[in-house]
Ligand binder design. Structure first.
Ligand code: AMP
Ligand code: TRP
Length: 326
């Protein structure tokens, strides 16, 4: 029996190179070896205000992105979270398992609630990690490939599963995070102290997956650099470290090959080569993105939801039985 992976992304904002290198790329690499389930987490999207029409469109667009990134619907299950109502149902059980203090420690809530203020944040934003835990635990997931920013949510998922198993008897598999050594933490091109993000007000900080060649080149040319001239993987020079990491991941070269390639060259030449490499890397993805029409997407998502539901309903029934609900 193959081990199982589960992961997901929110159908909000525009996906960027950080999402691709930190998450999608690894999902694709793992789909042959693992029984793979990839979710479009539209319920999570509601934790912040959304326009209903845009949300519906972005949900379908994210399915298109998964497919264009080479997730193969013949191998992997792709579905929309809300099409499987068991996610919302198990969330309630896990909310009753979680402690206020645990959720209060979540740094993503602290970050995301800062903008509008804690008092005005939705309660959904606060309880978001319990929904994420339900996503993962419903499928007896072994491994969860995500970027570094999701590590804390994964730890909470493990804690909730362990607590439930201890209180009610063996029910959930304890999942392991899969966070790549390189690429899990791509930084903003404008401020390496921040992560590359969908919600950054400064669009120049992120390379979006649908940026054209010209926009990509301009953003890379304008990217901030560090003092000094050397192009190497020095952690104390985070801007160059980030750009070189991107170069390494999109070219598939080793660290040493990257450093040798740019020995004695200036920042200008480095940025030129980097821009070219990123454009080439995204080209096949961008060519495929328009290949799927809505009818085909809907068919894939319907099949995916049926398959997901057949697994999720058994796990939920077990959790309901163990807790005395049914
Ligand atoms: P989200 O955009 O929050 O739905 O995230 C989707 C996936 O992309 C998650 O696995 C994140 O951990 C990952 N991710 C988001 N931003 C970055 C980044 N700057 N670097 C690496 N991975 C990221
Ligand atoms: N919280 C994740 C993010 O913002 C998305 C997500 C929701 C997820 N449910 C998940 C990721 C389950 C992995 C597994 O990136």
């Amino acid at each position: 029996m193959k081990k199982r992976i589960f992961s997901g992304a929110q159908p909000t904002g525009r996906l960027h190179l950080g999402n691709y290198l930190g998450a999608l790329k690894n999902w694709v690499a793992l789909q042959d070896e693992y029984d793979s389930i990839f979710c479009i987490v539209n319920l999570h999207a509601l934790t912040l205000p959304q326009n209903p029409k845009t949300l519906r469109q972005k949900t379908l667009d994210l399915a298109r992105i998964y497919l264009a990134a080479s997730i193969d619907p013949e191998k992997a299950t792709i579905f929309i979270q809300a099409d499987v109502p068991e996610h919302a149902e198990l969330t309630w059980i896990l909310l009753c398992t979680a402690r206020m203090g645990e959720l209060e420690r979540m740094t993503q809530f602290k970050d995301k609630s800062q903008k509008g203020g804690r008092e005005r944040s939705s309660v959904g934003l606060f309880t978001y990690p319990a929904l994420m835990a339900a996503d993962i635990l419903l499928y007896h997931t072994d491994l969860v490939p995500v970027g570094q920013d999701q590590k804390q949510h994964l730890e909470l998922t493990r804690d909730l599963a362990e607590r439930f198993n201890r209180d009610f008897g063996e029910t959930f598999v304890i999942p392991e995070p899969y966070i790549p050594k390189s690429g899990a933490n791509i930084r903003s091109l404008q401020d390496p102290a921040k992560k590359m993000s969908k919600s950054d007000e400064n669009e120049a900080g992120a390379i979006f997956l649908d940026d054209d060649a010209d926009t990509i080149s301009k953003k890379i040319k304008r990217a901030v650099t560090d003092s000094g001239t050397e192009i190497n993987f020095d952690e104390t020079r985070p801007a160059i470290h980030n750009l070189l990491t991107i170069y390494q991941l999109v070219t598939g070269k080793t660290e040493q090959e990257c450093v040798e390639n740019f020995a004695g060259k200036g920042y200008g030449q480095f940025k030129g080569e980097l821009a070219e490499a990123v454009v080439e890397y995204l080209r096949p993805f961008q060519e495929r993105i328009s290949a799927y029409d809505d009818a085909e997407l809907n068919r894939i998502l319907r099949t995916g939801a049926e398959k997901a539901r057949s697994i999720a309903s058994v796990t939920l029934a077990d959790a309901y039985q163990k807790t005395g609900i049914r």
